[in-house]
Design a protein around this ligand. Structure first.
Ligand code: E4P
Length: 217
């Protein structure tokens, strides 16, 4: 499973990138706001060291405007994936931009029928939002599973980019289901390294080591 980092925080991306944990990056208007940076400038900086797809989102509502914004964002670097919303206009923009050879990430997907349409429109990635479905007492992971089945049934190439990942269980289940990619905030990726028994075991080893009175260096 590929790991994308869901942030526009360059320092956080660099830290994970240095560990080989970054196969790509996703951003959205809220994350750009949080970064306090200019979208074109920060996206360019991210693309200067991340080799994989970097998603940058359009903000227009009409297909023609989304296409114009998408073309401008795609000029930033060859690894830009233009992010368009899963609306009828977004699907039109997806069809045109993917036809031009650009990577397109169709975002804000909340149903398997939406995911089916995105694949038909030539999306490179479909982004189903797990956490936001869980927020309204629906099952976000069930959606990932359904899309996996549908895409496999018909051999669609569109990659499932599991998004809105909030918990360690989301990450684990996405890997078991076979999501192609998960995008998660740096805090979730880092939390994947933690286990209470690791902490407990280390505490005991440290205590016992102190009693030996030995040193390695
Ligand atoms: C995906 O591309 C989105 O940026 C993101 O995963 C949204 O996550 P949230 O629902 O936690 O804001």
């Amino acid at each position: 499973m590929k790991f994308f980092v869901d942030t526009a925080d360059v320092d956080a991306i660099r830290e994970l990138h240095d560990l080989g944990m970054v196969d790509g990056v996703t951003t959205n208007p809220s994350l750009i706001l949080k970064s306090g940076r200019d979208i074109l400038e920060v996206t360019k900086e991210i693309c200067s060291f991340v080799e994989g797809p970097v998603s940058a989102e359009v903000v227009a509502e009409k297909a023609a405007d989304m296409i114009a914004e998408g073309r401008k964002l795609a000029e930033i670097a060859p690894n830009i994936a233009v992010k368009v919303p899963l609306t009828w206009d977004g699907l039109k923009a997806c069809k045109v931009l993917s036809g031009e050879g650009k990577m397109v990430n169709v975002t804000l997907c909340f149903s398997s029928n939406q995911a089916l349409l995105a694949a038909k429109a030539g999306a490179t990635f479909i982004s189903p939002f797990i956490g936001r479905l869980d927020d309204i007492s629906l099952d976000g992971l069930e959606l990932i599973d359904d899309i996996r089945t549908i895409y496999d049934n018909y051999g669609f190439d569109t990659q499932i980019l599991a998004a809105s990942i909030r918990t360690l269980n989301h990450a684990r289940e996405c890997a078991l289901i076979g999501a192609d990619v998960m995008t998660a905030p740096p805090s979730v990726i880092k939390a994947m390294a933690s286990h209470v028994l690791t902490d407990k075991g280390l505490e005991q080893f440290n205590k016992d080591w102190a009693k030996t009175g030995q040193k390695i260096l």
